[in-house]
Design a protein around this ligand. Structure first.
Ligand code: MRU
Length: 348
């Protein structure tokens, strides 16, 4: 299976499939500077932990291309890199990729030299992400029984990565092996990544998908209609707690209560050994307008307050296994997470 055209380097700009427009319009935007890319990340034209990391890696190339080669070049470049770091706080992939590019830059001399090496590094990160998704798919598919019905949340597919996805990479591989009967996709309020993006991806591949309101998931699980829950992650803490799209924790609670396996698919670029537990993960808070409007319609009385966290933390004890490109982490503990992380060869 080929990856989706989620992001593509065009020589002097980064082309993004604009995810705000899906599933109605398949349109592309070209980001030719750091400001436009930072805005695309902030407004979720490109989204999903691995995808924003890779986008930022190419953003570093844009930073080098668009900064004058004079005496202020090095400082100007680093200011632009910081702008990319400030776009979204929760997915650690963004910071990993930016740190890799900062280190590549540190070793370069001229601006031309920097452009070549930063681009080579961004291309490598993209390739590694694609390989990681294939490998997660194979490991994860081993966990599923024939004729499985699985539930997923948000979009952890090709749109969220530079490859085939994380949770959806497993579903794609399991589908190819004849193990999947059907997928249920939570709609994922308020930005509807499940309804708009996951269903779009699955339908393209011919996989049957039913979309449900997030609030219907617990009773679906209780009724014995789900064989496994599979989600992605934005950050895996050193003790195995994970941050993922808001609503993931409720799913994990329901799965645990009813004895349904709860799997998290995350490449090692999403593991953060510097964060001890989920309590330390910064949860992005987003704006009121995401809750107060639906298209042109006002949903809230103007006096209503709001609380709109984009992510929540699921404790390790509720997770059956974490699937990464080096294998399956289960049971989950600081030791098993550290062991798998020590196999990482892509970081500095
Ligand atoms: O706010 P988003 O759409 O960027 O959130 C994305 C998610 O929460 C995904 O589940 C996560 O990034 C893992 S996907 C590979």
């Amino acid at each position: 299976m080929d990856p989706l055209p989620t992001l593509k380097w065009m020589g002097d700009s980064l082309r993004l499939l604009d995810q705000r427009e899906l599933p109605v319009n398949e349109v592309y935007i070209d980001c030719g500077d750091v400001d436009s890319l930072a805005s695309a990340i902030r407004t979720l034209a490109v989204r999903g932990a691995p995808a924003i990391g890779i986008a930022a890696a190419y953003g570093a190339v844009l930073a080098a291309i668009t900064t004058d080669s004079g005496s202020g070049f090095r400082e100007g470049f680093l200011v632009k890199l910081d702008k990319l770091s400030g776009t979204r706080p929760t997915a650690v992939n963004l910071f990993h990729c930016i740190e890799i590019q900062r280190e590549v830059f540190r070793k370069t001399g001229t601006r031309e030299d920097a452009i070549v090496l930063l681009l080579e590094s961004a291309d490598n990160l993209l390739r590694e992400d694609l390989d990681a998704s294939r490998s997660m798919g194979c490991y994860g598919a081993e966990l599923l029984e024939p004729d499985s019905t699985v539930l997923t949340h948000c979009n952890a597919g090709g749109l969220a990565t530079a490859g085939l996805g994380t949770a959806l990479a497993i579903i794609y591989e399991a589908w190819d092996r004849g193990l999947i009967r059907k997928v249920y996709a939570d709609e994922t309020r308020p930005l509807l990544q499940g309804a708009r993006l996951t269903s779009w991806e699955l339908i393209r591949t011919g996989i049957p998908v039913d979309v449900l309101p997030d609030s219907a998931a617990a009773s679906l699980i209780r009724d014995g209609r789900i064989d496994a829950v599979i989600v992605g992650s934005d950050r895996v803490a050193a003790n195995g707690d994970i941050a993922n799209k808001i609503g993931t924790y409720s799913l994990a609670l329901a799965a645990s209560k009813h004895g349904v396996p709860f799997y998290v698919a995350a490449p090692l670029s999403t593991f953060d050994q510097a964060t001890d537990t989920g309590a330390e993960i910064i949860i992005e808070q987003r704006g009121r307008e995401e809750l107060s409007t639906l298209g042109d319609r006002q949903l809230l009385p103007p006096e209503a307050g709001f609380w709109n966290p984009a992510f929540d933390v699921t404790p390790a004890e509720l997770i059956t296994a974490i699937i990464c490109e080096k294998g399956i982490v289960s049971p989950i503990s600081s030791k098993t997470v550290a062991d798998v992380h020590s196999r990482v060869d892509m970081f500095l």
